[in-house]
Design a binder for this molecule. Sequence first.
Ligand SMILES: [Zn+2]
Length: 491
Amino acid sequence: MRGSGRSRRGAWVGALALAWMLFSVPSTFAAGPVFERAPWFEAFKARADDVALYRFLYAMPKGGDLHHHLSGGAFPEWYWDLALAGEGQGYRYLTKVRINDCGYGTDEFSGQPYLLYFHTISEHRWKGLDSCRQGEYEPLEALTPAQKQAWHDALVLDQPHEGRGEFFEAHWARMDDLLANPALVAELVALNLKHFAAEGVRYLEAQVPLFSLATPEGKPLPPEAGLAAIRTRLRQPDLATLPITFRMQLSVLRFLPNAENALARAYALAAREPDIVAVNFVGREDNDKGYPLRFLAPLRALRREHGALPLSIHAGEVDEPNRHVRDTLLLGAQRIGHGVNLIHDPDTLLALRGGDTLVEINLISNLLLNYVDRYEDHPFPEYLRFGIPVALSTDDRGMWDSTMTDEFFVAVKHFDLSFEEVVALSRASLSHSFLPEAEKARLLADYDDALASFVARFQSGGLGAAAPDAHPPYRGFICRRYGLCPPESAP
Ligand SMILES: [Zn+2]
């Protein structure tokens, strides 16, 4: 479109066009769909190959990730390095590398299934096993290169036969014990913030595991131990100077028998800790034990006792057309996680249109967990263009081996987003964050400034000017599906 030798006058024209374009983007989330399509972005898409589009989207300033599970958002190599580093705090881990047929009557349906390769457990738990079962495990540091590779692969959905079952029933069990170490949890926060900041994400609201902490000897630790570790880590200079803001959510596994007690504990903690901004419900929705209205009376009682608390709740991440999203709104949710089956509930669609409730869209998650068979079936573009506030988020990106840039790439490529729509997604993610209003306004202003500068650079000098140092870390998802791979590992 425009070469690198663009004139000063041209730059001013570009800046004015940008000002018009930004002004035309709805500054509030209730303004409905965006009808404009900036010609410069349409021209760029028409001539850009996937590499150029990806590089643009990687360098582009982005809003926030509002739907992020800290435990599922961590890449296997982070877990590996941090598990080994845990020895410094007294935590040692072993992983199951063989099955010795140690007797009948094994348990396959608990959080500790017997027939599960690369089930990683603490040394404390290992010492409680009989000698036959102890022989099934090896210390992480003793794994052969092939075993180490398989350990990494076991935490990623990278095979055609893997899907929802592997994710819900195997992945979490494999790493549960790792998350007992408060220092490891704090370091997962640090790594996420650094990687998100590198791709221009400006806010992270992560669901953090604070209720399963324990000493190396297996003695339970209070959630405050995790909070202290995270807060201490956030004050270190490498994080304190990053251009990204962090807040926490607490999640409750919705189908467990004691979920009401867990909810009460989480709600009370969030109500007294300002950096914990919301409570969420997680767990597969096709398990009826966790149906939304189970929590109606408990949440009403908690509001009476502690006051209102923001709620972002998974709902509509299910195949069956049902009223889960509507019922979750009745619980008091300000944000809905996924909302895939909302498309089958016209009354609730109409209720959300032009409103203040945002749906957190997780495109890659929904595909890999088979809630849609192909992106063309995803309701996201209909929500966006029907006027329901939506934002892109990463969910458990460590297990998809993906990034926030990947979500934008999928959205632009498959749904032909206009630049106005791309911007509206980022602005909605900041507008619907659970930050105090003043901080939200500051983040939005910072984002607008950074975006204006990025677009002006792009319009004056193309990708070379807008993204001179952009070296996207192509990860597994984008490499496998789109052939965008690091040079050394082309498919
Ligand atoms: Zn989720």
